[in-house]
Design a protein around this ligand. Sequence first.
Ligand code: KG4
Ligand code: ZN
Length: 331
Amino acid sequence: MLILGIESSCDDTSIALVEKGNSVLSNIISSQIKDHTRYGGVVPEIAARKHLEHILPVLHSALDKADTNISKIDAVAVTHKPGLVGSLIVGLTAAKSIALHLKVPLIGINHLHAHTYAGCLAGLPFGKPHLSLIASGGHTSLLECHRHTYRLIGRTLDDAAGEAYDKIAKHLGLGYPGGPIIDKLAQSGNKSIIRFPRPMIDHDTFDFSFSGLKTAVMYYLHNNPETPPRDLAAAFQDAVIDVLLTKTLKAREHLAYDTISVVGGVAANSALRAAFKESADRTHFSLFIPPPVLCTDNAAMVAGLAYHLLMDNIVSPLNLGVTATADIPLK
Ligand code: KG4
Ligand code: ZN
């Protein structure tokens, strides 16, 4: 069962071919970073136009890499929400055209569910109930997952964790996207020089907030302009990781899970990965963090999840639309 997956929800055009949900034959990702860098963030209009330019070359590369022909695919899966509407439309239109032409099923995928499925590409058995922390540029959410049912138990009330990384990097003039830049810079910084607030860390809910932390970093820099950026980066990152780890561990204890996945772009962060691994070793839970290329946006997670939906006869109509927001049911 070979599924072609398409991901175009933000600024990465990605197409993958995945066999039986977990054998990734190809996963081509065309990044638009250079097109958005000078603006310090993703410009939706530019993103949509670039997807249009890249989607066919990426399709050909994905088929070449997998050494297959498009007529061999059994279904087409595509991210159709949430994301930038103009970007999603490009991927969805391509997917519909292929499905219609080849007379194969179309499977619309929720981007957050796909991120969570990346844990399964890293070895988490699909049938295993688990807690998933999704930390990306658009979302910071804690989900209870069992197969393809999801319950949202916490989310950010303002900025996402990755958004805070990106905004702080922009403020410091470091470039875009901020996550990998701050990750690298923080490795040579001293995180103990400044102690930034840990927003909502002691609240009874599993919700997050990162907007106040971002403001605290900016005020600190304003009042202490001589602070080395590497120390600022290390102290900021320490606060983010402390909040993400503490809240996830609290949720795990409260809901009695023995398995956790950490996914989304921020899960590519080296210090965050080390902190979760250390905690899993110390307190004995099973931890699944995908390799960095499967943490950030990619189509392998889309095609992988679609296999299980198809096995359960869950397919989409050809009049499927795109939506900017997600609709995971609240508690
Ligand atoms: O999952 P993703 O590729 O796209 C969304 O769905 O948002 O996540 C992108 C986010 C960006 O905010 C980026 O700065 C962040 O993930 N990111 C990182 C790292 N790599 C990417 N954040 C922290 N450390 C990293 N190494
Ligand atoms: Zn994403």
